[in-house]
Design a binder for this molecule. Structure first.
Ligand SMILES: Nc1nc2c(c(=O)[nH]1)N[C@H]1C(S)=C(S)[C@@H](COP(=O)(O)OP(=O)(O)OC[C@H]3O[C@@H](n4cnc5c(=O)[nH]c(N)nc54)[C@H](O)[C@@H]3O)O[C@H]1N2
Ligand SMILES: Nc1nc2c(c(=O)[nH]1)N[C@H]1C(S)=C(S)[C@@H](COP(=O)(O)OP(=O)(O)OC[C@H]3O[C@@H](n4cnc5c(=O)[nH]c(N)nc54)[C@H](O)[C@@H]3O)O[C@H]1N2
Ligand SMILES: [Mo]
Length: 769
């Protein structure tokens, strides 16, 4: 494909014609119109497959329950393009490495198992049995089971991931790094510490009853488009939508529902956010702290005047611990620090507090703008603090909503993809299967990469994802992967991770996607997934697989387990032949899944429940815990007094799914045909004597002497606070140091990278006059 590059502000509402047009373009482009239309119509309905796009829930009301970006995810998977032995014979790994991420995935679906031949630098076909035998040889030769890393990306089904974790634990390791470690880990950790459960407390229809919805650090117009329907609906019913986002995001401003033709034709777009604040990167904890400071002062003034206070004292008394220490910390936090860190004025924060105060039922939602900083766990807990003061838990229309990323990332955790499994979880596996699982804490993603760099890891198996491109510090991450003896990638499409093979061997195992029929010994199979609202439901592919040599993830995991561990303890192959049998084991080992197979029959699925939503707190003393953390002194304590000119966030464009690049446009931000752009405040540009359209180098300031730099990023003036920058991931992953991660979460700080910028030398001579 050829792309025309230009920068042209987008003036229309999000959704609307633009997204209908983009959807149809993708549907027609993928070469099989009828099949794609049928796929879209079945997506997210009671029968059919779950959208592989995001983890938003389904209301099962509208007939066309899909969005533009869900349509892209489906058509991208359902393409008729494919890469086979002939393709790999024609292209060496080194040659493919030079290609862009867009080029790699665009080549189409992987169809055959492949083994890397280092002598020729080409991937060559291998049979499934030989591939499994090769894996078994490597694993059986290990000195200890912790030389294995089992990565998971959040598309894997409950069935596949449950089987995968069981395999790992029977083999003897808890090394389960996953995409969640780079994503919502801070939400899980923060929520668990505060309310005893690491998941959101609300259900989809709570949005209909909320009086105010506070949206922190997320871009639903691109990443959770179906959320716009819920926000729009809530706004139409009078709820106040208050947005905190460093950038002006079109989807959070205005939205025309593409599923309501009249709205599109008449351009009758609805306003989404009633108020829009643009805090500094990493400034949300300070902003919420400021709101609580205002509310607390009002509360105390009222009490002093003999009136009823603002806070829900009965709720606090009955359900929480630590309020006094927290409020003392709030009182001790100075306005100067709050304003400087949040980048908002006291006046703006007072205004936000007033909206909060006037709403009886409040939902707080958030995503990566909150979770990818050093102090993210504290920030999540600060949001919880605010909600606890007002008893915004355990009632309809109120609560906490981390909006998950990958469509089954929440389910993966529920199934035990967790490097820190609880004792109860391991006990349950031990009792049910009669073996002793490892009790040590395993590696998260950053720890896994560090261990590889120390040559402590022999084999990496990746159940989906693209670790090489998704993880931070790209050169170090790539080196880490290539230091393994064997890398095994279970994938649908060609990606960067296939091109940094292990030093002895590498395998690519081609798998079926969620949209495709999965037929095993006992007949057609369905799988299950869990959305952001703890709803579990069945998903059954409808498309015919493109090649009969592709296999389901569940079958592949069972095949590996069988080759490595044999069938003595468990008949892995029988489980792969009939997923009902896996679900029976899940029912017996994981809380909430009683009668799992029967429950799958329920249209729309079943709710796993949430103890905190029912005011049962699984903390040490069964109370929700206020967190009395101080605001951080700096986003980059590692840098001491070094002056940091800019903080960079790395984020998604409208035409990508994580490391999968669908196209080179970012329509709502007015960027077309290019991805190497840097969003900057016009005054910052002027101060540096730079102009729009000029190319700059971006260099990280860090404390380890390593140079981290990317070049030739085009400046795009944008509505962003001064001192803040934004550029796309994964192109900027080389800038994120592996050793820069969140306290308590281990998540790379992808939304706060300390950088400086300078005019790119290559173009310095051709400066715009
Ligand atoms: N189409 C599509 N859908 C997706 C994905 C995709 O790539 N494409 N990815 C999926 C995954 S895995 C995930 S995790 C989610 C990601 O969903 P998002 O979290 O929406 O993803 P990002 O693009 O990283 O956007 C971060 C948003 O937070 C804002 N932000 C950044 N830092 C801060 C901050 O410090 N404070 C505040 N207040 N705002 C901040 C940014 O301006 C941006 O709007 O989406 C999921 N859905
Ligand atoms: N700088 C920076 N880095 C980030 C982020 C950021 O905001 N900034 N975000 C982080 C976040 S939130 C996340 S979740 C991670 C994402 O990290 P990953 O989940 O590892 O990456 P993806 O790009 O989603 O993986 C795409 C690949 O998955 C494979 N795939 C797609 N569908 C399937 C399937 O159904 N089965 C299997 N087996 N394989 C499939 C395809 O081969 C495709 O190439 O990246 C993180 N990295
Ligand atoms: Mo994510």
């Amino acid at each position: 494909m050829k792309f025309k590059s230009e920068i042209k502000p987008y003036r229309a509402a999000a959704g609307g014609w633009g997204s209908l047009e983009a959807t149809t373009r993708f549907v027609f482009d993928s070469k099989q119109v009828l099949k794609n239309m049928r796929n879209l119509m079945r997506m997210n309905k009671a029968k059919g497959f779950d959208c592989p796009g995001c983890a938003w829930g389904d209301d099962n009301k509208s007939t066309f329950s899909f969005c533009e970006n869900g349509a892209k995810a489906v058509t991208w998977e359902a393409t008729r393009r494919f890469v086979d032995a002939e393709f790999f014979a024609a292209h060496s790994v080194s040659a493919l490495y030079q290609q862009s991420d867009y080029f790699l995935e665009y080549q189409g679906r992987l169809t055959q198992p492949l083994r890397y031949n280092r002598a020729t630098d080409h991937y060559e076909p291998i049979g499934w049995d030989d591939a499994f035998a090769l894996i078994a040889r490597h694993l059986q030769a290990m000195d200890n089971p912790d030389q294995l890393e089992l990565y998971t990306s959040g598309r894997a089904s409950n069935e596949a991931s449950w089987l995968y974790q069981l395999f790992g634990r029977m083999f003897g390791t808890n090394n389960f790094p996953d995409c969640s470690n780079m994503c919502h880990e801070a939400s899980g950790t923060g929520l668990k510490r505060s309310i005893g459960v690491g998941k959101g407390t609300i259900r989809l229809d709570d949005f209909d009853q909320a009086n105010a919805i506070f949206v922190f650090g997320q871009n639903p117009g691109t990443n959770h488009p179906r959320m716009l329907h819920s926000l729009r609906h809530a706004a139409d019913h009078g709820a106040k939508i208050v947005t905190f986002n460093t950038l002006r995001e079109r989807g959070l401003e205005r939205f025309a529902d593409p599923q309501k033709p009249l709205e599109v034709v008449t351009s009758k777009a609805g306003t989404i956010s009633s108020t829009y604040y643009q805090p500094n990167l990493g400034g949300d904890m300070a902003a919420v702290r400021g709101m609580v400071k205002v509310l607390s002062e009002t509360h105390q003034a009222r009490i002093a005047a003999g009136e009823k206070g603002l806070f829900d004292e009965a709720f606090i008394q009955a359900n929480t611990e630590g309020v006094d220490a927290y409020l003392a910390q709030v009182a001790a936090t100075e306005w100067a620090q709050i304003e400087q860190q949040s980048g908002l004025t006291e006046q703006q924060i007072r205004e936000a507090a007033a909206i909060y105060q006037s709403a009886e039922r409040v939902i707080c939602t958030w995503a990566m703008g909150i979770t990818q900083h050093k102090h993210s766990v504290d920030t999540v807990r600060e949001i919880v603090n605010l909600q606890l003061l007002f008893g915004q838990l355990g009632k309809p229309g109120a609560g906490l909503c981390p909006v998950r990323g990958h469509s089954n990332v929440q389910g993966n955790r529920t199934m035990g993809i967790d490097e820190k499994p609880t004792k109860a979880f391991l006990d349950s596996m031990a009792n049910h299967f009669g073996f002793e699982p490892p009790r040590n804490i395993g590696h998260n993603t950053v720890e896994a990469l560090e261990a590889m760099l120390r040559d402590e890891i022999k084999v990496l198996i990746a159940l989906g994802g693209n670790l090489a491109a998704a993880a931070p510090d790209s050169p170090r991450t790539e080196e880490a992967l290539s230091r393994c003896e064997l890398t095994v990638q279970i994938s649908t499409k060609l990606n960067r991770s296939h091109l940094v093979p292990g030093k002895q061997d590498a395998l690519i195992l081609p798998t079926l996607g969620r949209t495709e029929q999965d037929i095993q010994a006992s007949g057609p199979q369905f799988i299950t997934v869990e959305d952001s609202f703890s709803m579990v439901h069945a998903s059954e592919g409808v498309g015919k697989p493109i090649a009969d040599t592709q296999r389901s993830e569940t079958w592949i995991v069972a095949g590996i387990a069988n080759a490595v561990l044999g069938s003595e303890k468990l008949d892995w192959l029988a489980l792969a032949g009939n997923y009902d049998l896996i679900r029976d084991h899940i029912a017996a080992t994981i809380p909430g899944f009683k009668d799992f197979n029967q429950q799958c029959e329920l249209p729309g699925g079943f709710w796993l429940g949430n103890a905190a939503a029912e005011l049962r707190f699984n903390t040490l003393n069964n109370k929700a815990q206020f967190s009395a953390a101080a605001l951080p002194d700096s986003l980059f304590p590692q840098l001491g007094d070094t002056k940091v000119p800019f903080t960079l966030q790395t984020l998604r464009s409208h035409d990508q799914y994580n490391t999968t690049i669908y196209g080179l446009d970012d329509r709502y931000r007015g960027v077309y045909g290019q991805r190497e752009v840097l969003f900057i405040h016009p005054d910052d540009m002027a101060e540096l004597g730079l102009q729009a359209g000029e190319n700059v180098d971006i260099e990280t300031l860090w404390n380890d002497g390593i140079i981290r730099k990317v070049s030739g990023f085009k400046l795009v003036p944008y509505a962003i606070p001064r001192g803040n920058l934004a550029a796309y991931y994964p192109e900027t992953n080389p800038l994120v140091p592996l050793s820069s991660f969140g306290d308590g979460s281990g998540t790379p700080t992808s939304k706060s990278v300390p950088v400086k910028i300078s005019l790119s030398p290559v173009v310095a001579s051709q400066r715009i006059a």
